[in-house]
Design a binder for this molecule. Structure first.
Ligand SMILES: Nc1ncnc2c1ncn2[C@@H]1O[C@H](COP(=O)(O)OP(=O)(O)OP(=O)(O)O)[C@@H](O)[C@H]1O
Ligand SMILES: [Mg+2]
Length: 502
């Protein structure tokens, strides 16, 4: 009796080990979490296990998302934010580089802050920090967005003037500022440097002039979004539900990067100051989408946050089309990497190098369709299964819509009547979208095409569809290859073109 039992146990053990060594997916207990306390993403490709994300077993709550344009990064982010807010009441702050979340946030009842279009942020606001520390942060931001670090004298002059501006405004450099006291602005800093130049006693006036020139870019009337009193309270915004900080109206990338860095710095301080609060789930998620300068520079607080964020229940999502734009330190430290459709093999090389997945997974990644992904998670305890697995299309909040293209009179054409040609073609929005992506139609154009179709209640005649595409300046060759790719027979394509011409 006893012997049989032992044998049974042993063979179970062995079976388990063999199983483990070959398992293409993490065992379900690692991916199927309590749905009341996790975020459902989709099902796994191999065993169709529901994958629900939580960071309780992961090294940290931070997530990187990579994939080509149209692969579904923003869709995933939106789905994730909505569910996190249902499940944990998580607030979200989106640093919206291109303004692509604005409409969605408005629609979802969130707050939209448009920097450069009404709203401003004073770079010198202290947010509970000591002036000396804030001064250092401002200098780091300038290091990241400009080449000032190559000009030590200009850098020194600027740093000195920033500190002096705080002193002149009545702050103690190393003391915590009293609440309610207005911080100086970059205009005050510029002014100090100008006065110094006018005194005429400074040894290197050219350096001084250049330092003034650099600051003037940000304090000039009309471009002084960061050099006047803040219209928004960053500290409050991180716990205000869904918030979109739209940076698209700022004049250029430098301004956007400066804003993003400032936001991250403020968040980091807030995170450190508030400390750990016991409780389930995430309090706040910050999204950086296409903020490459901010995600790639090792001096950026995106990296500090990724390294320290876990104990603060504060999660960062960094999304990018190009994985090499995300600093290696972020990649190797985030608890979850999500890889959507990727085009370039050198990007797959980079991902394989840092995440170390098998050739099999590499092959799967090369075949991903829109919304499908490879997921890599870093567990706190060492595990004996490959950490990268494939999931089916991410399941969104919105029901899938379908679009119909009818052949109407074309199919009744005398020459075609006898052929067995379907009278209409049905496309799920996602499929239609991916066909357009495959034909290299840009995301903006796709959106406007879909809008045209929506206007027509999602049903158009093929000729009309061709007309819409042509009006969007898509070439005839591109239209033909798209229609072929959509499974429409050549005979029909030829025919509908001749109709549209006349
Ligand atoms: N999992 C999905 N289910 C249904 N639709 C999806 C899914 N993923 C993406 N889509 C649709 O595909 C289109 C492109 O997705 P999305 O805007 O998320 O791409 P993106 O990777 O953010 O592109 P970009 O880099 O250009 O911003 C959208 O219309 C979106 O609704
Ligand atoms: Mg996007």
């Amino acid at each position: 009796m006893g012997l049989i039992k032992i044998q049974k146990v042993m063979s179970n053990e062995i079976a388990k080990r063999v199983f483990l060594s070959r398992l293409p997916e993490p065992p379900y207990e690692y991916i199927l979490n309590d749905l009341a306390n996790s975020i459902f993403i989709g099902t796994t490709r191999r065993f169709q296990v529901p994958f629900a994300w939580t960071f309780s077993t992961l090294t940290n709550p931070h997530i990187s998302v990579v994939g080509i344009t149209g692969s579904g990064k923003s869709f995933l982010v939106k789905t994730f934010l909505l569910r996190a807010s249902y499940v944990w009441g998580t607030s979200a702050l989106i640093v919206d580089w291109a303004g692509e979340y604005k409409a969605w946030v408005k629609q979802s009842g969130g707050i939209v802050v448009s920097l450069g279009k009404g709203d401003s942020l004073n770079m010198m606001d202290l947010g509970g920090m000591k002036p000396i520390d804030r001064s250092k942060q401002i200098m780091t931001s300038l290091d990241i967005i400009s080449d000032i670090s190559d000009f030590p004298e200009q850098r020194r002059l600027t740093a000195e003037a920033i500190e002096q501006a705080y002193i002149n405004a009545g702050f103690a450099l190393t003391g915590i500022a009293p609440a309610g006291k207005d911080a100086p602005t970059l205009k005050d800093v510029s002014r100090l440097l100008e006065e110094k130049l006018q005194e005429g006693t400074y040894q290197y006036p050219a350096e001084l002039e250049n330092a003034i020139y650099r600051l003037r870019q940000f304090s000039r009337e009309g471009q002084d979004f960061f050099a006047k009193k803040s219209t928004i309270d960053m500290g409050k915004l991180i716990s205000s539900g869904l918030v979109d900080i739209d940076l698209s109206a700022l004049p250029d990338e430098k301004f956007r990067a400066l804003a993003a860095l400032f936001i991250l710095q403020t968040l980091k301080e807030k995170m450190r100051a508030e400390g750990w609060s016991a409780g389930k789930g995430l309090r706040t998620i910050v999204v950086l989408d296409e903020a490459w300068k901010v995600a790639s520079d090792e001096r950026s607080d995106a990296i500090t946050i990724v390294r320290e964020g876990r104990k603060y229940q504060f999660g960062l999502i960094v999304a990018s089309q190009n994985p090499t734009d995300i600093n290696e330190a972020i990649f190797s430290n985030v608890g979850t990497n999500i890889i959507l459709r990727i085009k370039f093999q050198r990007f797959v090389d980079y991902l394989q190098g840092s995440l170390n997945f098998s050739q099999f997974i590499r092959g799967e990644i090369n075949k991903l369709g829109v919304g499908e992904a490879a997921v890599d998670m870093s567990f706190q305890t060492s595990v004996q299964f490959p950490s990268v697995f494939i999931i089916n299309r991410i399941v969104g909040e919105v029901p899938l819509d379908s679009y119909t293209i009818t052949l109407a009179d074309i199919a009744n054409d005398a020459e075609l009547r006898d052929q067995t040609i379907p009278k209409e073609f049905l496309f799920e929005k996602l499929l239609l979208n991916s066909k357009l992506v495959e034909s290299n139609v840009s995301t903006d154009l796709i959106e406007s095409i879909i809008k045209e179709l929506d206007k027509r209640n999602r049903i158009v005649d093929l000729k009309e569809f061709i007309k819409i595409l042509a009006e969007k300046n898509i070439s005839n060759e591109a239209i033909i290859s798209l229609l072929r790719n959509m499974g429409i027979p050549d005979s029909i394509i030829g025919r509908s073109f001749s109709y549209t011409k006349t």
